[in-house]
Design a protein. Structure first.
Length: 172
């Protein structure tokens, strides 16, 4: 059972993500503190401070989040006292530039499924930070930029195993 504060955090986070997807920069920023930070860990894309985060969102993410066929499916959500951890599967066809995910990579037309973990911190009833993690090697395998032969990496299989833990583990 969530506390009232936790319910408000979840509602604010959902409003934040909805505004990102809808291309509403002002609402996205209204959900955040005066000194937020954002880090897409595998690519180090993001921003620091209100203007840094706003510039990043404006130029690279809000309204440009993913190609039109994007699907996001929540796997789990953990809500703490001042933090939410969301685990999800994001799938899409790489038909447009996604520079926060694949900087300097032209669209490949390939399908991608990726497991993503988002850690969202809260301070003073606003989002203070987001740390976003995913398996970049798995994404690169799926778009054809990394050959997994002889490497300890996988492609779509890693995301599918997160969605369905009963799938077989890697064999050695």
């Amino acid at each position: 059972m969530l506390t009232e504060r936790q319910e408000k955090m979840v509602a604010l986070f959902e409003r934040h993500v909805g505004a990102e997807m809808e291309g509403d920069l002002d609402t996205t920023m209204a959900t955040m503190t005066d000194e937020p930070h954002l880090n897409h860990v595998p690519t180090m894309a993001g921003g620091v401070g209100r203007e840094g985060v706003r510039s990043f969102y404006r130029d690279h993410l809000v309204g440009k989040f993913f190609p039109p066929d994007v699907q996001m499916r929540s796997i789990s959500r953990t809500v703490g006292e001042d933090q939410i951890v969301e685990e999800l599967i994001i799938s899409f066809t790489h038909t447009t530039v996604i520079d926060w995910l694949l900087p300097a990579v032209d669209p490949t037309g390939r399908s991608v499924e990726m497991a993503v973990a988002v850690i969202v911190g809260f301070k003073d009833d606003r989002i203070s930070h987001e740390h976003i993690y995913w398996d970049q090697a798995g994404v690169l395998v799926q778009i054809g930029l990394l050959d997994p032969t002889g490497l300890p990496v996988t492609g779509v299989e890693s995301a599918r195993k997160v969605a369905d833990p009963k799938l077989p583990s890697r064999s050695y």
